[in-house]
Design a protein around this ligand. Structure first.
Ligand SMILES: Nc1nc2c(ncn2[C@@H]2O[C@H](COP(=O)(O)OP(=O)(O)OP(=O)(O)O)[C@@H](O)[C@H]2O)c(=O)[nH]1
Length: 208
């Protein structure tokens, strides 16, 4: 699978309640925002890249990325962001048959994430792939077929589907396993304590 055939969607549409509100992706970590870190790692891995966020897009202007609000209303969770990415790719990146999703609260994601998701899909002839570390699946870091957008929209609108797992359970899912030594690359910052832990990992030289 060629990189030009894969669009990317950065999921930043959540409410960050556990972080105390605002955008947790814009919190500073080691001198730059978490989102800046993720854009730097994600950017080279995909073709066209869109930021999925709700509310005033001006707060993300510095990134110079297109911003797409959730296409289903009511903060329907990360699955709404995946659907938004699929529909954005279909409208704006017609050469992309796949879209890779990145949650924007994991500052240390792997540089070979998309390549390994794509390899897993090809190896297993799957409809989608997601990352796994330490036995735990991370469907917010996934690779999704754009041509399933209408099916996903139907499931969200008509069946009120909200859980990413409910969608992955319906399809042939391939898994890409990632090592957690010295740090789980999908370590995510949900709470202020997680941010403090991430600062500690950087200060200890375990991650950059
Ligand atoms: N597009 C979109 N993305 C979401 C939504 N809810 C969560 N996300 C994203 O999914 C990823 C994981 O989010 P969570 O930590 O589960 O949710 P959150 O709303 O950001 O945080 P909490 O309110 O503390 O649960 C993050 O990148 C969020 O921005 C949503 O309703 N729409």
């Amino acid at each position: 699978m060629r990189i030009e055939g894969i669009a990317g969607v950065l999921l930043a549409g959540g409410l960050s309640r556990r972080m105390g509100g605002g955008d947790k992706s814009l919190r500073t970590l080691g001198g730059r925002s978490i989102l800046e870190r993720i854009v730097a790692t994600a950017r080279p891995q995909v073709g066209p890249l869109v930021l999925n966020a709700n509310g005033d897009p001006a707060r993300f202007a510095a990134f110079g990325l297109p911003v797409a609000a959730d296409v289903v209303e009511g903060y329907a969770g990360p699955l709404a962001g995946v659907l938004t990415g699929m529909e954005w790719a279909r409208a704006n990146a017609p050469d992309c048959r796949w879209v890779a999703s990145f949650a924007t609260d994991a500052p240390f994601i792997p540089g070979d994430l998309v390549a390994r998701l794509a390899a897993a899909v090809e190896r297993e002839g799957a409809d989608l792939a997601c990352a796994r570390s330490d036995g735990q699946e991370h469907p917010v870091f996934g690779l999704w077929r754009v041509d399933l957008a209408d099916d996903l929209r139907r499931a969200m609108v008509e069946e009120d589907m909200r859980k990413v797992d409910a969608w992955t359970a319906r399809h042939r899912l391939a898994i890409a396993d990632f090592a957690t030594d010295p740090v789980d690359p999908f370590f995510n910052t949900n709470r202020p304590d997680d941010l403090a832990e991430a600062e500690r990992l950087i200060a200890a030289g375990l991650v950059r």
